[in-house]
Design a protein around this ligand. Structure first.
Ligand code: ASP
Length: 437
């Protein structure tokens, strides 16, 4: 059994947290590969080290002093060193960050310092091997990961009897230049390493005990999801559930490696298992999760006979593409099409977009509706089960919630309903109470 364990920033926020990591990692020999994020916040007023590093670069750029920021970064790490009584020369490392800032070095290298430092401390504390991500996580020049090369570089390190700590979030291009991933990218590093070592499980240790059926800010103490498929999770993440970095799913999915979301602060709890598919006798209720987002715009386009005009939708979508706006959903009725987009993405261009659609496509009417929320009901258990959508729709009707738009893919694992923003939480509440509780 071989496990890759990724620990998020909150698990590295203080010496106390590193002690928990040690307990977790040492309690299981198969927890061989440890991926660490940069130190996160240890309390509400604290800052994430990665944020501080970005901030120091911005200060440098605008000619402002960044000394106080570096001091903050130093103190944060020093307190871990002191609490764990580590023999570590922090001054040397801080000098390197300062030098990079002063010499206008590669910004990515400066930003990668958060993961680099946290991992160095963790490796020292665990008496594990430190393997720098710049030596093993290989980027292609187009920004994608070269899995073959990463595998070749990383596998030799597995021969060691010790555990291995690798910083998350960054790697290097073929010329050795350090490159960071998008924010939250340590999840991706863990997934890549799980792929290249053919891990049995990818454990993702965070500060929540798994994935909940709904956002706990909306439903108090919602139920936890025990098992969810990658496909269900994808639907939930797209519609607002913030669990894992989206790109972290693909490397493990390719090999069918399950991801276990676990809580460093409550390590005995079971967490949520994300799997490629479930067993045939999978006894699951119809609904695995309910998620959603507010603040969408609907651009509604009507033109007589457009349903038989070949390429009509393509031409509408090209206008959005031209303005670099991502289309969230398209719903249709005969001769009218609703394009749903995120309000933030179009706030500066919505009138240009609608004007262009109207004139270019000679439409009868183009209107904009705002304040739309999308609520996404996800569940592999809905597939081939009759009556679920009917029950959801009548439930909302009974609760005086008007459904403005509906969408269901042919794979039947999700139903999306569009309601007024004012009804967003009420909709989630009703569905949770009726189907989950
Ligand atoms: N430290 C990076 C961030 O804050 C990456 C990570 O934590 O996964 O985005």
């Amino acid at each position: 059994m071989l496990k890759v364990c990724k620990f998020g920033g909150s698990s590295l926020a203080s010496g106390k947290q590193l002690k928990k990591i040690k307990k977790i990692v040492n309690s299981d020999d198969s927890r061989k590969i440890i991926v660490a994020s940069a130190c996160g916040k240890s309390n509400k007023n604290d800052h994430k080290v990665t944020d501080l590093l970005y901030l120091s670069i911005a200060h440098k750029k605008y000619g402002m002093s960044y000394e106080h920021i570096i001091k903050n970064i130093k103190e944060k790490h020093q307190s871990i060193i002191d609490e764990l009584k580590l023999n570590f020369n922090l001054d040397n490392e801080i000098k390197k960050i300062k030098h990079l800032l002063e010499s206008k070095g590669n910004d990515d290298e400066i930003i990668s310092f958060g993961e680099y430092l946290a991992s160095k401390l963790l490796a020292l504390y665990l008496d594990a091997d430190f393997v720098d991500a710049k030596k093993v996580i290989c980027f292609n020049y187009d920004g994608s990961i070269n899995l073959e090369k990463t595998k070749d570089k990383f596998l030799p390190y597995l021969k060691s009897n010790k555990k291995i700590v690798v910083p998350g979030f960054y790697g290097a291009l073929a010329n050795g230049v350090i490159k960071v991933m998008s924010r939250g990218g340590s999840d991706i590093t863990g997934s890549i390493l799980a792929n290249v070592v053919d891990a049995d499980i990818y454990e993702n240790w965070t500060d929540v005990s798994g994935i909940y059926v709904c956002d706990p800010h909306i439903i108090k103490n919602p139920k936890k999801i025990k098992t969810i498929t990658y496909a269900e999770l994808r639907e939930m993440s797209y519609m607002g559930a913030n669990v894992l970095h989206e790109e972290a799913i693909y490397p493990v999915k390719e090999k069918g490696i399950p991801i276990n979301i676990l809580n460093t602060n409550k390590y005995q709890e079971e967490g949520t298992m994300i799997v490629s598919s479930c067993k045939k006798n999978d006894k699951v209720g119809p609904i695995s999760g309910i998620t959603g987002k507010t603040d969408f715009y609907v651009v509604s386009v009507a033109k007589i006979n457009s349903s038989s005009e070949i390429g009509f939708i393509k031409k509408i979508l090209e206008v959005f593409e031209y303005y670099r706006v991502s289309v969230v959903l398209v719903t249709t009725s005969i001769d009218s099409f609703s394009i749903i987009v995120d309000k933030n993405d179009v706030k500066n261009t919505i009138y240009e977009i609608t004007n262009e659609i109207k004139t270019k496509l000679k439409c009868d009417e183009v209107s904009i509706y705002d304040n739309l929320s999308l609520v996404c009901v996800v569940g592999r258990g809905m597939k081939s089960k009759k009556g679920i959508s009917g029950k959801i729709f009548s439930l909302l009707g009974e609760n005086d919630i008007n459904i403005r738009t509906i969408s269901q893919g042919a794979d039947e694992i999700s139903i999306i309903v569009g309601v007024d923003d004012a009804n967003f939480e009420k909709t989630i509440n009703c569905i949770y109470e009726r189907f989950v509780k």
